[in-house]
Design a protein around this ligand. Structure first.
Ligand SMILES: [Zn+2]
Ligand SMILES: [Zn+2]
Length: 356
């Protein structure tokens, strides 16, 4: 029997101070025969953590420990676990459960299961509230645990499990690859991964940013074209060009020129949004004329399945994809969250374990 891990994490207790996290102990899920327990070494800081803590997506269940880009070492496995053993390096992303029986779950679309359970602020059928990775340890059904290839270091693998997978899934689904032109709108945590993965998949990458201080970085990440969207008529030269546009931004103004973006799509091109703004911040209105010139489609995507995650990790391993990250000890989560809120991240924070 492996030693029991103590479940402690940095939690939000007082919602009036959204970035003030206090160390608490919490109750993990009841350990089941299919479960893997992981002692956490790293956890990425995702925009979801920020939206949840600052209540932009509604009121979280308090106290709450956020974090869903989790890497660590397996400390315990249930009798029915076949893919992991104690000592393995493993990770958990944004989803920690699903019904396992519905059509989505049986078709490798468990990320679209109507009964999906999120890694934090979710609830198991027995009433236990899920808590995330700004913590010592996590338990998960092995379907929601990912083996990490030896060649990918833990700090790099962490943010792949939400940010990376969230962009890899639609890139893969909509055919990013050689001969395809892919537009990336917004180059933050998700967008920088979209540039890296679209390039690694062999697509021609067009990155659209309003932040001119990032242009050199984005070129270095491998984008073939970097377009400053502050320039008037920026979309005109690219009319009828792009096969896919991945929109990673997570806020919109009523006058954001969405129809200009759609005009850059090739016939039946797809505009896929993966950033999720606050509930009071919808996409700008579109007139049907916006779809008439190219028959384009607008859609969304939600994280990714385990099958896609394993493909993404294999791509990252084989093409040596390395994210641009900054690491900080976990107790500095406040600093990381506030910088993320102020758009001062280049391009993802990863917290390292510091709880004794
Ligand atoms: Zn996330
Ligand atoms: Zn299901």
């Amino acid at each position: 029997m492996s030693p029991q891990v103590e479940f402690k994490g940095y939690a939000l207790i007082d919602p009036s101070k959204w970035s003030d996290l206090k160390l608490v102990t919490f109750q993990p899920k009841n350990f089941q025969p299919e479960d893997v327990e992981i002692a956490i070494t790293h956890c990425g800081v995702c925009g979801s953590d920020l939206h949840t803590l600052s209540q932009g997506w509604g009121e979280p269940k308090l106290p709450i420990v956020v974090g869903h880009e989790i890497i660590g070492k397996v400390t315990r496995v249930g009798d029915k676990v076949s893919g992991f053993k104690p000592g393995d390096r493993a990770g958990v992303g944004a989803q920690i459960g699903s019904c396992m029986k519905c059509r989505a779950c049986k078709s490798d679309y468990e990320n679209y299961c109507p009964s999906e359970i999120e890694t934090y602020n979710g609830e198991y059928p027995d009433g236990i509230i899920t808590q995330g990775g700004y913590s010592t340890a996590i338990r998960a059904h092995e379907r929601f645990v990912f083996p990490i290839p030896d060649e990918i270091e833990s700090a790099h693998a962490a943010s792949m499990l939400c940010a990376g997978l969230t962009v890899f899934s639609p890139l893969k689904t909509y055919g990013a690859g050689p001969g395809k032109k892919v537009g990336i709108v917004g180059v933050g945590g998700l967008g920088h991964y979209a540039v890296l993965f679209a390039k690694a998949m062999g697509a021609e990458v067009y990155a659209f940013t309003h932040d001119t201080s990032k242009i050199e970085d984005i070129r270095e990440m491998g984008a073939h074209h970097v377009i400053d969207v502050n320039i008037k008529d920026f979309a005109k030269p690219f009319s009828h060009t792009l096969d896919i546009i991945l929109a990673t931004r997570d806020s919109y103004e009523p006058d954001t020129p969405l129809s200009d973006y759609l005009s850059m799509l090739w016939v039946h091109g797809k505009f896929i949004t993966v950033g999720i703004p606050n509930v009071n911040n919808p996409l700008p209105q579109l007139h049907p004329f916006a779809f008439a010139g190219n028959g384009c489609l607008v859609g969304g995507s939600h994280v990714g399945s385990k099958k896609e995650c394993l493909e993404m990790l294999e791509l990252a391993r084989s093409k040596n994809v390395r994210p641009w990250i900054e690491t900080l000890p976990m107790k500095q989560a406040k600093h990381a969250l506030e910088n993320l809120n102020a758009n001062r991240v280049r391009y993802r924070y990863v917290l390292t374990q510091d709880i004794n």
